[in-house]
Design a binder for this molecule. Structure first.
Ligand code: NAD
Length: 284
């Protein structure tokens, strides 16, 4: 079994990005800027935001976090989004999810200028991915593709199963794998006999938030297993895959933590650099 080491791969990709950022600074007189907007005090969100701040510093891009009170209204948050859309110094921004219940996430996500939508969650970027057009791709599935490509995983002709169908992970993941010439099945909470599908998968991506959903018996010998899940159990972070046993049958597997998480952050920073390049190509 080979470990798909996301932490190590992310650091390598960040080294390359750092060089690219230095070149951009030389050429355009400034570095790309990422703004993260966070509403409220969700501990998991605060921890993700800190990881994004640290990665921005490592790569040398300009990072700013806007912290808003959990009682911020939808109208107030929209004002912030409109201001960031117009701010010429901001190349990309994200509104950290989940948002408090009184705010409609879709309204906020669709108000983000698609050129600055580095989470790739606006309708325009989702549509571009669907139509195989160049756009900003959600960071988690993009990071997973970068990780698998780094380990020279072949996609063409392979059978891939994605468990989970969220707009953030499962659906864009399935589309990226399809675009890479895999044959893809999406499974979800209403799939009957999940094991029937997972047992046939050459590539298995699991993004459900259900601890130990995938056991050894559900995995084909030699499969490549990507565990996206982040679950807190007795103060420890675990994924959706029974790692200790599944690693006995998988040919490659991501650990949790240290697998998909760091790749998500790297992919986000990659998107910010891409957004910067897109806007400068148009204006210079
Ligand atoms: P979500 O709650 O939006 O979606 C969960 C999906 O899992 C749904 O489509 C649901 O149908 C499916 N599901 C639930 N129970 C199932 C079951 N018993 N069998 C089959 N399918 C089932 O979650 P999400 O935002 O897609 O995130 C999924 C997991 O990935 C969470 O643990 C989240 O914390 C984690 N996550 C990690 C990263 C990262 O960077 N590592 C990024 C995003 C999300």
């Amino acid at each position: 079994m080979n470990l798909l080491n996301g932490r190590k791969t992310a650091r390598l990709l960040e080294e390359n990005l750092k060089v690219r950022v230095e070149e951009l600074k030389e050429k355009y007189g400034r570095v790309p800027k990422l703004v993260v907007v966070i509403v409220g005090n969700n501990p998991a969100s605060l921890s993700y935001v800190r990881s994004k701040e640290k990665a921005s510093r490592r790569v040398g891009i300009n990072g700013e976090t806007i912290r808003l009170d959990e009682h911020t209204t939808q109208a107030e948050l929209l004002e912030v989004v409109y201001r960031l859309n117009c701010d010429l110094e901001v190349d990309g921004f994200i509104v950290q999810l989940p948002l408090p219940k009184h705010i409609d996430e879709n309204i906020i996500l669709n108000a983000i200028d698609s050129k600055k939508d580095v989470d790739g969650l606006s309708l325009l970027n989702a549509g571009k991915l669907m139509n195989r057009q160049k756009g900003l791709v959600p960071a988690t599935p993009k990071g997973i593709m970068m990780l698998l490509e780094h380990y020279n995983v072949e996609f063409r002709g392979k059978y891939a199963v994605v468990v989970g169908r969220s707009n953030i992970v499962g659906c864009p993941m399935a589309k990226l794998l399809t675009n890479a010439d895999a044959t893809v099945t999406i499974a979800h909470r209403y799939t009957t006999d999940l094991a029937y599908f997972t047992k046939q998968a050459d590539i298995l991506v699991v993004a459900t938030g259900v601890v130990n959903l995938i056991t050894k018996e559900m995995v084909k010998k030699g499969a490549i297993v990507v565990d996206v899940g982040i679950n807190r159990v007795n103060g420890k972070i675990v994924g959706d895959v029974d790692f200790e046993n599944v690693k006995e049958v998988a040919s490659m597997i991501t650990p949790v933590p240290g697998g998909v998480g760091p790749m998500t952050i790297s992919a986000l920073i990659h998107n910010v650099v891409e957004a910067f390049l897109e806007s400068h190509e148009k204006t210079v």
